[in-house]
Design a protein around this ligand. Structure first.
Ligand code: KIV
Length: 258
């Protein structure tokens, strides 16, 4: 699997911050590719696009369909696809499904959420020449209720060990989701691979957000989301004007007609 792009990402650690966003379609990937180092087809598409309450019922085929679209919009970013829940529940399934994702989408890497036990699964993929991104802290596939982590000594130790084991298993980077600033700092200093934070402070080597959230499209604005544009407002204005023009007869005009 493509290693050159992955090594470039690892080499950014301690030099330059890594910029990551999600995309679920070709059109979005095409717009953000220029500004990103990594584009993730996250299984957050279950909540954001499909209106599910969580990511648990996102299927492998959904991920592949959206990743196929995204692949058409990416020129330079490292292209990562989330493995959905139950697609990596044992080594055999993980290898079969990761290979299916890679063969059908031509992605550079897959992402796996840690459940504190699946290190051998990550390692088996890495040994099969598959690039893997880990994910610890709040892992929506394995946890029912949202909770930021890393505030007690016990949680700190658990997260530190988990991150170390994922690095040892061969992952090229690791997402820290809603991990306390202190523990994010400790993990980032302790690992050789880059940490990518979401709700985990600027102490991480890079940052990721769900694109729809930062563009003001999703209506989901927890503390860790910074809304850079209010696209909802802009779209509403455009659609309101479209309606007004149709009703008043201003659209279609001569220039829109044959
Ligand atoms: O599914 C997703 O979009 C993610 C990111 C939030 C890291 O896992």
């Amino acid at each position: 699997m493509k290693k050159k792009k992955i090594i470039k990402i690892i080499k950014k650690k301690n030099k330059v911050k890594i910029v990551c966003l999600t995309a679920y379609s070709k059109s979005m990937a095409k717009i953000i590719d220029e500004y990103c180092d990594i584009i993730l087809v996250g299984d957050s598409l279950g909540n954001v696009l499909y209106g599910f309450n969580n990511t648990h019922t996102v299927s492998l085929q959904m991920m592949i369909n959206h990743a196929k679209s995204v692949s058409k919009g990416i020129k330079k970013s490292v292209f990562v696809v989330d493995m959905p829940k139950n697609s990596y529940n044992n080594i055999k399934n993980a290898k079969k499904n990761a290979k299916k994702i890679i063969n059908e989408t031509n992605c550079d890497a897959v992402k796996i959420e840690s459940n504190n036990k699946n290190y051998s699964i990550i390692n088996s993929l890495v040994k099969s020449n598959i690039n893997v991104m880990g994910h610890i802290g709040f892992t929506p596939q394995h946890k029912k209720k949202f909770k930021a982590e890393g505030f007690s000594t016990k949680e700190e130790k658990k997260l530190m060990v988990e991150a170390e084991k994922i690095e040892k298993a061969g992952a090229f980077s690791i997402v820290l989701e809603c991990v306390s600033s202190k523990v994010s700092n400790k993990i980032t200093r302790n690992l050789k691979i880059p940490t990518i934070g979401i709700g985990s402070s600027k102490n991480c080597d890079g940052q990721i957000l769900v694109t729809d959230d930062m563009l003001g499209l999703s209506g989901f604005y927890p503390k860790f989301v910074k809304k850079y544009v209010n696209l909802k407002k802009i779209i509403k204005k455009g659609v309101k004007n479209y309606r007004k023009d149709i009703i008043s007869g201003n659209f279609p005009g001569k220039s829109n007609s044959y």
